[in-house]
Write a protein that binds this ligand. Structure first.
Ligand code: PGA
Length: 249
């Protein structure tokens, strides 16, 4: 019922030329793939080039951030309309690196999610606890607060268009993946919260897992009821390994 979504978050890797080379190598590897939505999230300067190259393939293109205002004096920022014109279909919002290094608050995350939905793009709202928070038994408090903050004032009618990504900060780029059981436990909690918020629409929300997803652990993660896809960093940088991940079944 929920089409799995697998997104590659390239972070601040790949020039436009490198991004184009990736897509040219990747497309033939996934041309026969059905039943999974694939999304690539290159850095801003490559979004237009990647969107042109994937046109007609069904592959989506995400930004890794966005500004919530339509336009204005916000030096260094990029608007949703600019992204849309460049061919973006999705926006990653509230990634832990944005929260940690760029002081992004739940309030800013919420404005970005609402603006993205209003413009017709798909937000990928990221939540996740740090190592001390997990050790301190605060995982559900933290992800519950981030989810509530990020989805504030979003009506049930728009809820099913939101994609949530659970990314435990201690698992990002560390090679330390959450076990499928640990991930499923948090995903089920998040879906429960979404049900309180949006009722039946929560059943349509894709909840992705992120944090050291690799070709050899994707199948075990995807076997869980509430894990509907993945947000992949390091292993999405090579066409071969990302193709293996999207062809997990
Ligand atoms: P990773 O990154 O797969 O390299 O752990 C995931 C992410 O930050 O989205």
């Amino acid at each position: 019922m929920r089409v799995p979504l697998i997104a590659g978050n390239w972070k601040m890797y790949k020039t436009a030329a490198e991004a184009e080379a990736f897509v040219l190598a990747f497309l033939p590897l996934v041309s026969g793939v059905r039943g999974v939505e694939i999304v690539l999230a290159p850095p801003y300067p490559s979004i237009g080039a990647v969107a042109l190259l994937v046109r007609g393939s069904g592959i989506g293109v995400a930004s890794q951030n966005v500004h919530y205002a339509d336009e204005g004096a916000f030096t260094g920022e990029v608007s949703i309309r600019m992204l849309q014109e460049a061919g973006a279909t999705h926006c990653i919002i509230g990634h832990s690196e944005r929260r940690q290094y760029f002081a992004e608050s739940d309030d800013a995350v919420n404005r970005k999610v609402r603006a993205t939905l209003a413009a017709g793009l798909t937000p990928i709202l990221c939540v996740g606890e740090t190592d001390p928070e997990r050790e301190g038994g605060k995982t559900f408090d933290v992800v519950g607060r981030q989810l509530a903050g990020g989805t504030k004032e979003i009506p049930a009618s728009m809820g099913s268009r939101v994609v949530v990504a659970y990314e435990p900060v201690w698992a990002i780029g560390t090679g330390k993946t959450a076990t499928p059981a640990q991930a499923q436990e948090v995903h089920a909690f998040l879906r429960g919260r979404l049900k309180e918020l949006w009722g039946g629409a929560a059943d349509a929300v894709r909840i992705l897992y992120g944090g050291s997803v690799k070709p050899d652990n994707i199948a075990a993660l995807m076997a869980n009821e509430d894990i509907d896809g993945a947000l992949v960093g390091g292993a999405s940088l090579s066409p071969g390994s990302f193709a293996k991940i999207v062809t997990f079944h």
